[in-house]
Design a protein around this ligand. Structure first.
Ligand code: ISL
Length: 577
């Protein structure tokens, strides 16, 4: 069943733009150096002026913050670092008052090891009533428990080291795909699923408008937890084929839909974060008739500049690879499924530094080009805080400048094995997640107006010229370009529902496509020159002298059949069919 353009319950999010808030780095209201809910409340007018429809709040639940809140110790409260439940209710009401919606982050592949479910599971021992809520296994056959190599299988964790930690008291290991403080829940256990669904209903009853579901395609593990293949240069086996979109994943998500979302009176949004998901799987997850999820985050396009050595092994992006990948997702989900569109989130380096050019000459223009290309695709665009200002990667110098567990573990592990610290740092500077986590740059003052105290991570010194206050006052800014793109999504049916057709797939510098929408008799042509040199293109027939809908350079040059685009120029043409 295709996504029905006329069904309001299904289609509201097809013309919505989502804005992700990483609360720790958004705005600090009380001077403790960490962003908080009242800080978000104070900035809501900024977000409503930008025009976004939905806010996604990264985790604000009580947490020991081993992974900045993605390790939750109580699903039904707010961490005092961020405020109180009363602050949360006030925020939700204020969001709704402005006609926006609020989506919570749902982290249920794992909990914190300080969650009472886990402490009961651990401390109750193998016969305890909550033992089976997590994934416990004895040591590998014939091995002495707790010794190197005795782990139940050879899987490596996302955050370095094995995926197993040993509990001496019970003589068994528990599984954690992420840090040792993030034990994986056992979704095979129906009690676990019911507890999660009850918690989700509690938030919906409180008034939230949906969930972004953290690594939700990892919740079903293959029976027997078989060893993974050990790739060259890796210390551990690759367990991912045994937990990415595992055998019961569709069953669990359909059950969640039935138990939590079915027949809900308010329009909701569900988006599953899915590392390693394929187009074919994503079409199943997002086919409305299957009643699983509205959309998924896929990772293919953010892996294209990665070398064989893993995420910190950086290689240059080939534009043809990016077009082939995003183009395949555009046509692959077709009329059945739905894409979510993103360049950035709290785990990715800043896109202007990564796929654009953050040097003073090209920064604004390349940031606007990237925005234009993404927002003209078919799907629901996600903006990550600061992206709308063209915020760039941070000038991290030493390992002491980093805060993220992934980066710190990686550095520790690699240097212990004898790697050159400077080369490990080079990878972290390009790829480290802290690039996304430096505070939002509100103005040119000390600490960018983020805090009156000492920020938990250094503010990017470029805030003196890259900040929201300056850009709000400049109609030519990256910020205003984003505002215009969001408005286009709301007003132009071809942006929302037009068919996607890639042009010049083999051109290494040009990203060009059309969006054709028969109902509104409109066709759009998107042209983007991904480079710092002029680039000449042959256009299809019939676009000469058409209207320019939006551009990142003054659009006074009429379009010609053979047209030369200026460095990092992006423009969108419109014609009537
Ligand atoms: O950034 C990554 C590690 O290289 C990703 O693989 C990331 O870990 C993956 O996308 C899952 O991310 C989500 O779950 C993690 C959390 O650390 C991330 O912040 C979150 O977005 C564990 O909860």
């Amino acid at each position: 069943m295709p996504v029905n353009e006329n069904d309001p319950a299904r289609s509201w999010w097809s013309k919505a733009v989502v804005y992700q808030i990483y609360p720790r780095s958004f705005a600090d209201s009380n001077g403790d150096g960490v962003g908080d809910l009242r800080g978000v409340i104070e900035r809501l007018d900024y977000l409503s002026t930008l025009g976004v429809d939905v806010l996604w709040l990264s985790p604000v639940y009580p947490s020991p913050h081993d992974d900045n809140g993605y390790d939750i110790s109580d699903y039904q409260d707010i961490d005092p670092l961020f405020g109180t439940l009363a602050d949360f209710d006030e925020l939700l009401a204020a969001v709704h008052d402005r006609g926006m919606k609020l989506v919570m982050d749902l982290v249920v592949n794992h909990t914190s090891d300080e969650h009472p479910w886990f402490t009961a599971s651990r401390d109750g021992g193998p016969a305890g009533s909550k033992r089976d809520w997590y994934i416990w296994r004895p040591a590998r056959d014939g091995m002495e428990p707790g010794t190197p190599g005795a782990e139940p299988n050879n899987w490596g964790s996302f955050f370095s080291g094995p995926t197993w930690s040993y509990d001496e008291a019970s003589g068994e290991y528990y599984l954690h795909l992420f840090s040792r403080k993030q034990p994986d829940l056992n979704w095979e256990n129906p009690e676990v699923r019911q507890a999660v669904f009850a918690m989700m209903r509690w938030w919906l009853d409180r008034g939230v408008d949906g969930f972004r579901m953290d690594v939700v395609n990892l919740i079903s593990k293959a029976p027997g937890l078989p060893d993974g293949v050990v790739h060259e240069g890796s210390l551990h086996g690759d367990g991912s084929p045994h937990y990415i979109c595992g055998p019961r994943i569709h069953e669990y998500l359909a059950e969640m839909h039935r138990e939590v979302f079915a027949d809900h009176p308010r329009p909701l949004l569900t988006v599953g974060e899915m590392p390693g998901v394929t187009v074919e799987q994503a079409r199943l997850f997002t086919d409305p008739s299957r009643r699983e999820l509205d959309m998924v985050f896929q990772f293919e396009h953010v892996g294209l500049d990665q070398g064989p050595g893993g995420k910190f092994d950086v290689r240059p992006l080939r534009l043809t690879d990016l077009k082939a990948s995003l183009g395949r997702w555009q046509t692959g989900l077709g009329d059945t499924g739905w894409n979510s569109l993103y360049w950035n989130n709290h785990d990715q380096p800043r896109v202007v530094s990564r796929f654009g050019d953050d040097s003073p000459a090209h920064r604004d223009r390349s940031a606007k080009l990237l925005a234009t290309v993404l927002h003209l695709h078919r799907g629901t665009p996600y903006i990550y805080q600061g992206e709308e200002l063209g915020m760039a990667n941070a000038p991290f110098d030493a390992i002491e400048d980093f805060r993220d567990i992934e980066s710190l573990n990686h550095f520790r592990q690699r240097t212990a094995l004898g790697a050159d610290p400077e080369s490990v740092l080079a990878g972290l500077r390009h790829r480290g997640r802290d690039n996304a986590r430096t505070p939002v740059q509100w103005d040119a003052t000390h600490h960018a107006g983020f805090t009156t105290g000492t920020p938990w991570i250094a503010v990017n010194p470029d805030h003196t010229h890259v900040n929201a206050a300056a850009q709000a006052a400049d109609p030519d800014s990256v910020l205003h370009h984003y505002r215009r793109l969001i408005e286009l999504r709301h007003t132009e049916p071809a942006v929302t529902h037009g068919d996607f057709h890639m042009l010049h797939p083999d051109d290494e510098q040009l990203y060009a496509f059309t969006r054709r929408h028969a109902d509104s008799r409109t066709e759009l042509l998107v042209l983007a020159n991904f480079g710092g040199t002029a680039h000449t293109v042959e256009l299809p027939e019939g676009w000469e002298d058409t209207d320019t809908l939006i551009a990142n350079v003054s659009s006074d040059v009429p379009l010609r059949r053979t047209h030369t685009l200026r460095p990092w120029e992006a423009r969108v043409q419109r014609r009537v069919l």
